[in-house]
Design a protein around this ligand. Structure first.
Ligand code: KG4
Ligand code: ZN
Length: 346
């Protein structure tokens, strides 16, 4: 089955074709994918402007589909089903992909299905020949969500914990901004941290002893104060000449504090539900320090960590195509009515 996936929930237009018959040890069933990022467009305004995002998705959807079909050497008529992101996200942006996908499916007389964006992230590490088996604990860490979930099957998700304020990715983005680094902050902080000492500064590990929920807003304040009080940090409000080593040390200490918090909660969650597999997904799961720390810490409790290649961690069309395939296999599909859900709990 060849499924076209469409992701338009925020500022990336992602399209991909997943083919269940193409899965092999070195191929995840991904026949092709294209991704257009609107980052430069929104950079001018310091954040995503919803109306501009919708307009840009509309402008790019048809040319990107043609590019994808060329890349896959396929005709539209060879697509068997279409999956689109139904929510959560920006309503106008979601509507562009949903209406485009639903209309194309109608024209081709094939099924269409709306997908929860976070389920797309959650299932992305399962694409391929040797996926981690259910049940597992999933850590979903993106720009908008921080969730710990007990996943017992496709669609069988029990939320164990979540952030009561900022998401982990949002925290990376805000700390990056304070250090004068561009959006998206996560990869830029990670790069700067490579040459830093993670033990140079002590930052809080919020809510460590309170269940499986997270809180990252206090961390934001702590980084703000650290930058303000540290000479040569080069952050906003600090006019002193910046020192690259000081900046790298701040980035490394910050990254370590976030990763340490996430890892300790993951270990706690695995023990609580008596599971031995952890699957991490969402933009922050691309973070190398997070992956390496989890590998080391989970080995100590005989548990394993699984993740997708970095390109499938951040927003993309492939994860939507794959989640669509799983849902269609379970006998689900949507009727002709298109409804998007901007705020949609998992
Ligand atoms: O999943 P995603 O692409 O979009 C949302 O659904 O939000 O996640 C984007 C988030 C951003 O906050 C970005 O800074 C973060 O993921 N991110 C990272 C890394 N790559 C992306 N955070 C830490 N380290 C990374 N390498
Ligand atoms: Zn996402």
């Amino acid at each position: 089955m060849k499924v076209l996936g469409l992701e338009t929930s925020c500022d990336e237009t992602g399209l991909a074709i997943f083919d269940s018959e193409q899965i092999s040890s070195d191929n995840q069933g991904l026949v092709g994918q294209v991704l257009y990022s609107q980052i430069e467009l929104h950079a001018l305004y310091g954040g995503v402007v919803p109306e501009l995002a919708s307009r840009d998705h509309i402008r790019k959807l048809v040319p990107l589909l043609n590019e994808l079909l060329d890349q896959c050497d396929m005709k539209k008529s060879e697509i068997d089903a279409i999956a689109y992101t139904k929510g959560p996200g920006l309503i106008g942006a979601l509507m562009t992909g949903a209406l485009f996908g639903r209309s194309l499916a109608y024209g081709l007389d094939i099924p269409a299905i709306g997908i929860h964006h976070m389920e797309g992230h959650l299932l992305a590490p399962l694409m391929g020949a040797n996926p981690p088996a259910f049940p597992f604990v999933s850590l979903l860490v993106s720009g908008g969500h921080t969730l710990l979930i007990a996943a017992r099957g496709v669609g069988q998700y029990e939320i164990l914990g979540e952030s009561i304020d900022d998401a982990a990715g949002e925290c990376f983005d805000k700390a990056a901004k304070m250090l004068g680094l561009p959006y998206p902050g996560g990869p830029n902080i990670a790069k700067l941290a490579e040459t830093g000492n993670q033990n140079a500064y002590s930052l809080p590990r919020p809510m460590l002893h309170r269940g499986l929920d997270f809180s990252f807003s206090g961390m934001k304040t702590a980084v703000h104060n650290l930058i303000k009080d540290t000479p040569h940090s080069g952050g906003s409000g600090n006019s002193a000449e910046s020192n690259p080593q000081v900046r790298a040390d701040i980035a490394a200490s910050f990254q370590h504090a976030v990763v340490d918090t996430l890892v300790r909660k993951c270990v706690k969650a695995l023990k609580q539900v008596d599971m031995s597999r952890l699957v991490i997904a969402g933009g922050v799961s691309a973070n190398t320090h997070l992956r390496e720390t989890l590998e080391a810490e989970l080995a100590k409790i005989n548990a394993t960590v699984h993740y997708a290649p970095p390109a499938l961690c951040t927003d993309n069309g492939a994860m939507i195509a794959y989640a669509g395939y799983e849902r269609l296999q379970a006998g689900q599909s949507d009727d002709l009515a298109v409804s998007c859900v901007p705020r949609w709990p998992m």
